[in-house]
Design a protein around this ligand. Sequence first.
Ligand code: GLC
Length: 502
Amino acid sequence: MSVPWWRSAVVYQIYPRSFADADADGVGDLRGITERLEHVRDLGADAVWLSPIYRSPMADFGYDVADHTDVDPIFGSLADADALIARAHELGLRVLLDFVPNHTSDLHPWFAESRARRAAPKRDWYVWRGDDGVPNNWISQFGDGRPAWTRDPATGDWYLHSFLPEQPDLNWDEPAVEAAMHDVLRFWLRRGVDGFRIDVAHRLGKDPELGDNEPGRRHDEDWPSVHVRLAGIRRVLEEFDGDRLAVGEVYLLDQRALAPYITSGDELHLAHNFFFLRLPWSAERFRAAVDEFELLTRAGGWPAWCMNNHDHSRTATRYGRDRARVAAVLVLTLRGTPFLFQGEELGLTDGAVPPEAIVDVDGRDPERVPIPWEPGAGAGFTTGRAWLPVHPDAERLAVAVQQGDPASALELYRTLLALRRATPALQHGSYRSVHAAPDVFAYVREHEGERLLVALNFAPFPRPLPAEADGARLVLSTHAEPRAGELAADEARVLELGRARG
Ligand code: GLC
């Protein structure tokens, strides 16, 4: 069996509103993305994942879909989507779309029908309860402990919304919903997309009895039915050729709960690991997490690693700029598929968003500010007025400024991606952590006798290299002048070890 493309791929997440604005309205769009795809190719990535581009009232910036089979006019048209997909394929890049199956916009025609009256044919497409008080103790993921239920004036019944009231949850216990959502997948698969990132995948299964959440047992997510539904999605992908990919946002902060989503072989191909993403800066904690997930997926299942996305403060802010370089080496040298978030390759910190410019309901504007392409007004992102303030470091961190500067974040990422592409041990090799000094996380990747040692210093002071490094050849360091025998403060190093005797 040949290895599917996504096992050796690096995926680059594009947040369309903030990537590139071709029509000068201040919001990024599909034409802008198409014009800038060469940046992704030059970085060395293999695929792009686009956050939602569908028609949406934008209460949650596209994660509230009002029409799954059309592009929002702010982003362009279906023809622009076709052109983007075609251009990406020309450049050798695959395209993943965000698929948002847990909920729709309250302005989706399905919800309009559903809410109208109790006897409406689509009533059961959403989750309704006619109780006097709030039906249970489930709370909305946004909104400081507020109930996940809103009473709808049309009938006086309550509807479920895991997120905003403007995002009513679809009822996946209703077979017609599942069938309709499968057709959405087919619509885009026929247009040539290579797969999907599945938004809040773990919420496709909920307790149909709507039991209260209890300590140690959630009833509003990760219910056993979720696995059947993800297997259904997988079967739709398999109707099409070309190893179409399903990567899930499975926001469970326990790797033992996460692993079953990818180990059975008939559900998700990949799942983002938020336990890993949220770890504090500690060599011991990262080693323990990676070792545990390795064990959990050794028999089957392929990890996906990411440290940044559109919902989280960026690594350069969370950990600091120097440590973000170490984090880059980590994500790009582990066994598994790395996912990068636009701007991470520029070493961006979170942007600065003053109170009067806040637009997101959940404090996520800073990681979503526009990409700086060039110095100057609008940072090459727009000639209009950007929807979020451009990055305060745009002049210094713009793509055009970093390009060719060996000390830059951009060149570090390019070097790492090129190294990964050229090194089977990094793409396919086994992983084994090795004994190292405190604050050092070190591991060996090995494939057919080729062996690489990765050593990451999490401490803000020098640390000895692991014993394995003796006599090894330096392949890459985050520092300009790496010293023999020791890692500098916040240094990450990749070394080639002698070939294993076969
Ligand atoms: C996911 C998305 C996030 C969105 C939420 C609701 O967590 O990543 O941006 O707000 O789902 O759709």
